[in-house]
Design a protein around this ligand. Structure first.
Ligand SMILES: [Zn+2]
Length: 273
């Protein structure tokens, strides 16, 4: 111990009340900071109450339910299965740099609906109905980048915190003790399974931004994201807009916003990454 450190310890030993006050301040600051963190890529300060491990448990519980409900429709071979696994592996490898604790897994479900989602903690579901719109690996990387970004930016946990449901979610994770059916429904609605609208517009835009950077880091040409979002817009002009679009509200500015992030994405794209 250095002389100055000894002097500090000597000062505190002589003044126990000061030492207690200092310790309380340190604990207070630590509690404060457990709820304040920054999103990857966009570096936005956010408030999240659930830990990574709790988010993983919440996502895994819901994922098990989805797999049980869709057992017969799970695709586990063939070219579409291979494509989803191939693209997901590259996007997951990039997302893992931001969330090393998450355990990633992707399941393809035979469903004629243009949708995909990623549960908290890294469990991804893709419907076969989106593959005609993604068209190629880079298009699928756009979708997976976007969905995975919702998980690494902890958008569900953030909304749970904003809705003052963190304690309820923690109880569900711990086994559902003292949770009413209404509370349970409120938390699971925020998970975004099916066609609910769990995210805010700003979170959707943030997922577009982070997802674009992720696909570039995974070495997919980010310009393909612009082509994909244009295809999605065209698909939505038909009589039956794809579910993916109603989950992810498209507006006239979406493509131009994505184009605005292209220079940043281009710097991440290429053999150097
Ligand atoms: Zn989204």
């Amino acid at each position: 111990m250095s002389a100055s450190a000894k002097a500090v310890v000597g000062f505190l030993v002589g003044r126990p009340l000061v030492a207690i006050a200092l310790a309380a301040a340190v604990v207070g600051i630590m509690l404060l900071f457990t709820h304040r963190q920054k999103t990857p890529v966009t570096h936005r300060v956010q408030h999240v109450g659930l830990t990574d491990a709790q988010q993983m448990q919440l996502g895994t519980q819901e994922y098990a339910k989805v797999l049980r409900a869709n057992g017969a429709r799970i695709v586990s071979s063939g070219p579409q299965y291979a494509e989803v696994q191939r693209v997901a592996r590259r996007i997951e490898a990039v997302a893992s740099r931001d969330k090393p604790g998450f355990v990633w897994r992707v399941t393809l479900i035979k469903k004629n609906e243009a949708n995909a989602y990623c549960l908290p903690g890294g469990k991804i579901v893709v419907y076969t109905g989106i593959l005609p719109v993604t068209d190629n690996d880079a298009g699928l990387a756009t979708v997976l980048g976007h969905e995975v970004a919702h998980a690494t930016a902890e958008h569900v946990a953030e909304r749970i915190e904003r809705n003052h449901l963190t304690k309820v979610a923690a109880a569900i994770i711990a086994g559902g003790v003292a949770v009413t059916p209404q509370q349970f429904v409120r938390v699971t609605a925020l998970l975004g399974v099916g066609s609910s609208l769990p995210f805010s517009r700003s979170q959707e835009s943030e997922a577009d931004h982070i997802g674009l950077i992720y696909m570039a880091r995974a070495n997919y040409d980010p310009h393909e994201a612009v082509a994909f979002w244009k295809r999605m817009q065209r698909a939505s002009r038909g009589q039956q807009p794809p579910e993916f679009l109603s989950d992810h509200p498209s507006d006239a500015h979406r493509v131009s916003r994505v184009e605005g992030w292209l220079p940043e994405a281009e710097r991440e794209y290429g053999p150097h990454t």
